[in-house]
Unconditional design. Sequence first.
Length: 282
Amino acid sequence: MPGLLAVHAHPDDETLWTGALLATWARTGGVELVTCTRGERGEVIGEALAHLEGDGPALAVHREGELAAALAALGVARRAFLDELADDGAPRAAARLEDSGMVWVSPGVAGPAPDAPASAFSLADLEATAAVLARRLAATAPDVVVTYGPDGGYGHPDHVRAHQMTMRAVARHVAAGGPAPVVLWAVPAHRVAEVRASGGPRVEVPVAPVVDQVAAAMRAHATQVQAVTEGAGTIDTGTISFALSNDVPLQVGPVEVFEPAPGPVRALAWPAGVDAPGWPVP
């Protein structure tokens, strides 16, 4: 069965952006996650863990544990932080890659934080980090790589850099003679209708068959996600309501949607539960 590599910026992104995809794929195929930072600068929900906010090292350790629990819920066994990757004795991307932080520049749009640390992922040398990920691609040869689109979904500098690094890593991998993977970009909710209306190939993953796994993974990220309720206020059991630290009600489901990166679209035998409208049939 085809293999999948997901590249995400922080712990919790793998669940909020690709939880259904990872859980569905893991039932029949190989899945690996690379997380670029440990979310050291994230806000913290709830009084019980409030002492972690602003304490980057302590929050990083705690969020590593949350990530492990979330991946156990999703059925994903293979994972690494980007700064842990080093193949064939090559140097790592950096001693430590940290959360860059962000500021809101307009409603729903993030931008770089003025106080990003020197160790911030978004400030790390792009070629160095891409080289590390390219070596991982060479070692594992995934059929599909998934990350964010060019704007990172909403402008967070770590999401934007994750996109840039992933695309550069794929280019390096292919230039070195490696097989070209299918590259998918996660489509944020406000663009789903646009992507569907375009009539181009896309990938859709229903949440309902894995809703319990995704909800459990969301609950595992307790410093970041709250009020997780399956099917709340609807008759659709494939939706999950939740909120982040700003208390604004949000919803996952009923379908995760992904669009292919620009370029030729090659045929692929998709795992059961992954729909590919408009995709070439192998």
